[in-house]
Design a protein around this ligand. Sequence first.
Ligand SMILES: C[S@@+](CC[C@H](N)C(=O)[O-])C[C@H]1O[C@@H](n2cnc3c(N)ncnc32)[C@H](O)[C@@H]1O
Length: 287
Amino acid sequence: MSKDTLLTPHSLKKDATYTLGRTSHETNRLIEQSRIYGESTRRLCVEAGIVDGMRVLEIGSGAGDVALMLSKLVGESGQVVGVDINPTILESARQRVLEIGINNIEFQAGDAREILFEEKFDAIVGRFVLMYMSDPTAALVQLITHLNPNGIIAFQEPEYTLYPAFQHPNTPLINQLISWILDVFHHSGAHLDAGLGLYQIFIDAGLPAPEMHLQSPIGAEGNWVGYRYMTTIFESLLPLIEEYSLSTPEQIDVDTLSDRLREEVLAAKRPFFLPLHVTAYSYLHAD
Ligand SMILES: C[S@@+](CC[C@H](N)C(=O)[O-])C[C@H]1O[C@@H](n2cnc3c(N)ncnc32)[C@H](O)[C@@H]1O
């Protein structure tokens, strides 16, 4: 693994290619992802102190799942502003909000590092987004200028550098999937250590040391949702996997991937680990 994809200074580099693409597969994957990672995001926001009546900025909203969760936490007297650089995915997010009939969420298309707001926020939240930014510390320094004194900063990012530790001689398919995932994220320029890197990002941005947790959804039962979710990851990664010549659609065979994974896990009697992630929160010191 090259040091380039770790949190070494990146300021002269451009942002990572958005590894998971811009297709409708990706919108569906984000919704499935939220079913798996959603509870830890909610816990992060509750522990950090996001409550009724707060005004929250959410960056990298994707299909809107984090904004939808935040809208419940802040209630009708609060407000959520979600920003995403991809205007197309925000159309799905807006449609979902409309269908549910929520009126305390607003989405804005743009680069979260550049967008301006008239009012300050009580909290900034982001899930799986700093990893794509060339300089996550510079991004955070910019983002916290939108916070009120004592404002909350809460992020959740994946940690891929620990993922190879879960490879095992009895799980060749899982080993191969982990290796493809690491290769494609590495080629795209994403930060593979954004999760544990949150500590350095917060400290270098001048924030107090964050409260952190490392987690991984794991499962071994026949009906576990993780097999299907892993397949949605590969549906989204496939175009870049091909572009980087890492594998072929025939080799990956997404149509049978869930079943093959399930069979391997049941035979090996060894839980299957989805990508690990880290949650971190801290507060902007009042001057
Ligand atoms: C992996 S998705 C996560 C979506 C959502 N946070 C979730 O967990 O369901 C990352 C999202 O961040 C967005 N993104 C990446 N860089 C961004 C930037 N500089 N400003 C705003 N959004 C960005 C991408 O377009 C994508 O929708």
